[in-house]
Design a binder for this molecule. Structure first.
Ligand code: AMP
Length: 279
């Protein structure tokens, strides 16, 4: 496993790779957990070479968010990745990503305005900018993204499709702790007691699925069930409970029909967590 810290070193390495070798890419912000590592495993199975990037992207944090305190432990991340035998870990500096080509890459899409985009308007412009810059440097055949960040995954698939990019996006299932809490680097901020309370998020999504399985189609009834279950944990503040059609990411007002994304964003002691299911 090689660790490369600059895009020029990366470019030198990239030139040595024959076009007949496929390249899989897993972009991350580090503080690696089982969710990230499941994407790494998928890439190792799928492609000849696997590249993991670690870059905490300041552009996707607002001034009052946790960029400064975001968990960072490069040594621990590298130890984990070594066990998986990835080919390259790319750990660029800010100037390396944003110094060239200079201007922000703007992919403005109506899908970026709802859900996370409504709560965090800075977020998707920052994510799509950094992902497109990383794609330009890494030039992968495949890129792996988790369904846990469902709207991010959908927007990246759209960006790649709209730009006619040859990169294939491969989604990965959400990996959870044993109690159902979706793994997240931000879980590190939570006490055990807060993590236990946070399990109510997935519990309510599972109950929503059961209700839909039983034939209920009224989105209001499903939202109410989720809200009632969430209300049993007093320390949880609900940011949104949302059921959107996949073909527009707009709220389902009445009957649920076709594929929907049911997602929840909560805040526990100022830590924001998201989770979802596709149904
Ligand atoms: P991050 O480091 O949070 O930017 O995440 C990097 C990648 O890991 C993104 O594609 C995320 O969707 C994915 N990811 C994060 N948490 C999970 C999880 N619990 N299960 C699967 N993928 C995840």
């Amino acid at each position: 496993m090689k660790v490369l810290y600059t895009s020029s070193d990366f470019n030198c390495w990239r030139k040595t790779i024959s076009p007949s070798n496929s390249v899989g890419f897993v972009p991350t912000m580090g503080a690696l957990h089982g969710g990230h590592l499941s994407l790494v495993e998928a890439s190792l199975k799928n492609a000849d070479m696997t590249i993991v990037s670690i870059f905490v992207n300041p552009k996707q944090f607002s001034k009052d968010e946790d960029f400064d305190t975001y968990p960072r432990d490069l040594e621990d991340d590298l130890n984990k990745l070594k066990q998986y035998n990835v080919d390259i870990v790319f750990v660029p500096e800010f100037g390396d990503i944003y110094g060239y080509p200079g201007d922000a890459v703007v992919f403005d899409d109506p899908f970026s305005k709802t859900l996370e985009g409504a709560s965090r308007p800075h977020f998707f412009p920052g994510v799509l900018d950094v992902v497109s810059r990383l794609f330009n440097i890494v030039n992968p055949n495949f890129a792996h993204f988790g369904r846990k960040d469902a709207q991010q995954l959908i927007l990246i698939e759209k960006m790649v499709g709209d730009l006619g990019s040859p990169i294939t996006i491969i989604p990965g299932e959400t990996i959870r702790e044993s109690g159902g809490l979706a793994m997240s680097s931000r879980n590190e901020y939570l006490t055990d007691e807060q993590k236990k309370s946070a399990e109510v998020v997935f519990k309510s999504l599972k109950s929503a699925k059961k209700l839909l399985d039983s034939g209920v189609v009224d989105s209001g009834v499903v939202r109410e069930l989720i809200n009632n279950i969430m209300a049993t944990e007093k320390i949880i503040e609900v940011d949104y409970v949302s059921i959107v059609h996949l073909d527009g990411l707009l709220e389902v007002d009445h009957e649920i029909g076709g594929e929907v994304l049911i997602s929840i964003a909560v805040v526990i002691n100022s830590i924001r967590l998201i989770d979802n299911i596709f149904y």
